[in-house]
Design a protein around this ligand. Structure first.
Ligand SMILES: [Zn+2]
Length: 269
């Protein structure tokens, strides 16, 4: 597919009836263990299908990232969102901050622009343009990055990323206390300037956002910096980690983390 010019949105184009099926459920929730639940959006193309992690604590619950924002997140899981959780947005891309406006306690690094983000789109060509990237050449990416709609009145062409108010800026070394679990904020730029991960040193668990996942990493898009990414990977390689819960795709172990970090450093130096 070649890159197309994004539609301006000003022409009174009569919207063709949306032919996408209506999803029974927009989100799925999969328990990982007694405390951690993985939420994701099965009708979103893998390029944009991000992981949301819900971590139940004895005092507070924590949510890592908030999905694409196509459908309301919190009402989908009343049993999980029983009180006001802490939301940590790992970075300001649409597939991670789309639902952030639903959370009163929203925390992110100050280098991420959650208050005035770019408009966002579900159209692949316009999105690649917005992100400053070319279409991945090893994938057949459809024009529209969802394969169903959440309800019959939903028009994918009207998707816009909603701004979010950040109630607290996070910086490297900050801790987030859930009562029986304490997570440390790691500022790990490279994918974006303000990308953060959350690290549980006791469980040796890392919630990594898009800093590291087990697929092609994006280090040449707007805001990315390969020198920062090398420093980030060097830091991650030496971190005691047993499991990584990433922003995209399945979780993996510390051995795989070090393989990914080493491969990145080798490729970029
Ligand atoms: Zn991202």
């Amino acid at each position: 597919m070649t890159l197309q010019t994004p539609h301006s949105g000003t022409a009174p184009t009569p919207a063709p009836a949306c032919t996408l099926p209506i999803a029974d459920h927009w989100y799925t929730a999969t328990p990982v263990d007694d405390a951690i639940t993985l939420i994701h959006e099965p009708h979103v193309h893998p390029f944009l299908q991000a992981n949301t992690w819900h971590i139940r604590g004895s005092q507070r619950n924590l949510v890592v990232d908030a999905g694409l924002g196509v459908a309301p997140l919190r009402p989908a899981f009343p049993h999980l969102f029983t009180d006001e959780p802490i939301l940590v947005v790992t970075h300001g891309h649409l597939d991670h901050m789309g639902g952030a406006h639903e959370f009163a306690d929203c925390r992110a690094h100050k280098a991420e622009n959650l208050r005035t983000p770019p408009p966002g789109t579900l159209a692949s060509a316009a999105l690649f343009d917005e992100l400053g990237m070319t279409e991945p050449d090893d994938e057949d990416v459809p024009d529209l990055l969802i394969s169903a709609i959440p309800h019959k009145h939903y028009d994918p062409n009207t998707y816009r990323l909603r701004p979010a108010d950040v109630s607290q800026y996070l910086t490297d070394g900050d801790t987030i206390d859930l009562g029986n679990r304490r997570l440390t904020v790691l500022h790990l730029p490279g994918h974006t300037p303000g990308s953060i991960a959350l690290y549980d040193p006791r469980a040796q668990t890392l919630f990594s956002g898009d800093i590291v996942y087990d697929d092609q990493l994006l280090d040449d898009i707007h805001g990315a910096d390969q020198q920062d990414y090398i420093a980030t990977m060097t830091r991650l390689r030496d971190l005691p980690v047993t499991v990584v819960h990433p922003g995209h795709g399945p979780s993996f172990d510390g051995t795989r983390l070090r393989e990914i970090a080493d491969a990145y450093i080798t490729a970029r130096t």
